[in-house]
Design a binder for this molecule. Structure first.
Ligand code: ATP
Ligand code: MG
Length: 373
């Protein structure tokens, strides 16, 4: 068997493994033939079940099933399952080891070296815990790399870019905005800033709480202490959130949720954005910090500002609000006008998360940043 190194994005919600084939990074599908493995682990008497197959145990054996374990990395957290004590490192190691086995089988090669990504704002204890997880999984951990650097590397590599890249990474549990200078094969993180406890999970929780409250209004029943019902609601909350990415409204219909009673209600995008307002504020505040840090004395901007509205590097459309007067600003009664939208000012057009990419991307496009000599 040949020996090759792997790169693993060990995410809060999903993980992914790639190897270099020639000089091209190629994602290796897991045991189910899927490119992404949910970061779920359920401890069962016959062994650990990892990934999508662990999802059903969320309902049947929630106490045995670990979700979003990355949030606990570096913390003195333990949970005993079936008489054995698990720490965040050992649970993460089960995910890494599962991915390793599947990739080895597929590649018919030994994967004993690995590079693992971590959020840019992970501290040294969290980084060490990630490294330990890799070692418990039987890897020689070559490096722990910041996620935005990895994203910029992959993007720059493919597009042969020489540019300032803004990486806006709102994952399952962590959020980072990083500004990376890419060019001539060199990648330098100019600035990175994030919120270690902000991600899609928080948006899920808003919808989950809404369902719980609406169900209580409809039936008078409180399901908060019922683990199977809550697990079901969590699944539905995620599905509803995903649907709202492409639709203005979703109908949440859960048969037989609790004590023979079902749930049905409509959730609009506006309502969802309203309930998530505080989360959007936190996203905005990180973007403000990044902008402030870059505008401050540390870096000199070279080149003219881009006069043309540019939508950023990663997304074609910065904001789906093109001035429909029906839209309301989340934090005010005034409708967002076309002029608000065209201004690119997030405080005038805060309709969706994507503004941050647009805003920072527009600001930095065509400019170079240089550290003071
Ligand atoms: N179509 C979609 N619409 C809205 N949210 C989505 C969609 N698809 C995935 N998500 C959300 O994205 C989040 C997962 O993102 P991702 O896979 O990048 O996270 P991660 O890498 O596991 O997390 P982290 O980087 O924080 O460790 C989840 O909260 C998921 O619900
Ligand atoms: Mg991620």
């Amino acid at each position: 068997m040949t020996k090759i190194s792997a790169g693993i994005d060990l995410g809060t919600t999903n993980s992914c493994l790639a190897v270099l084939q020639g000089d091209k990074p190629v994602v290796i599908p897991n045991d189910l033939g899927e490119p992404i493995t949910p970061s779920l682990v359920s401890i069962q008497p016959e062994g650990a079940v990892v990934g999508k197959n662990a999802r059903r145990f969320l309902l049947t054996h929630p106490a045995n099933t670990f979700v979003s374990i990355k949030r606990k990395m570096g913390e003195p957290y333990t949970r005993t399952v079936l008489g054995k004590e698990y720490r965040p490192e050992s649970v993460s190691a089960l995910i890494l080891s599962h991915m390793k086995q599947a990739a080895q089988k597929r590649l018919n090669a030994t994967l004993d070296e690995v590079v693992i990504t971590v959020p840019a704002n992970f501290n040294s204890v969290q980084r060490q815990a990630t490294k330990d997880a890799g070692e418990i999984a039987g890897f020689n951990v070559l490096r722990v790399v910041n996620e935005p650097t990895a994203a910029a590397l992959a993007y720059g590599h493919e597009h042969k870019l020489s540019a300032i890249l803004v990486v806006f990474d709102l994952g399952g549990g962590t959020f980072d905005i990083s500004v990376v200078e890419a060019g001539d094969g060199l990648y330098e993180v100019i600035h990175s800033c994030g919120d270690n406890h902000l991600g899609g999970d928080d948006f899920n929780l808003r919808i989950l709480n809404w369902i719980v409250q609406e169900f209580q209004k409809q039936t008078g029943l409180d399901i908060r202490r019922d683990i199977p019902a809550m697990s079901l609601v969590r699944e539905w909350a995620v599905a509803a959130k995903h649907t709202l990415t492409n639709a203005a409204e979703v109908r949440v219909k859960i048969d037989n949720l609790y004590q023979g009673k079902g749930f049905e209600a409509g959730l609009t995008r506006n309502l969802f954005e309203g309930m998530s307002r505080e989360l959007f504020d936190r996203l905005r505040s990180v973007a403000q910090t990044v902008k402030g840090a870059l505008s401050a004395s540390k870096y000199r901007v070279e080149g003219p500002p881009d006069a043309q509205m540019n939508t950023g590097f990663f997304l074609d459309d910065p904001c789906d609000n093109s001035g429909n007067p029906g839209w309301r600003k989340p934090d005010g009664p005034m409708p967002v006008t076309k002029a608000d939208h065209a201004s690119g000012d997030p405080l005038r057009c805060p309709k969706c998360v994507r503004w941050a990419v647009s805003w920072i991307g527009r600001y930095w496009k065509g400019r170079r940043l240089r550290a003071p000599k």
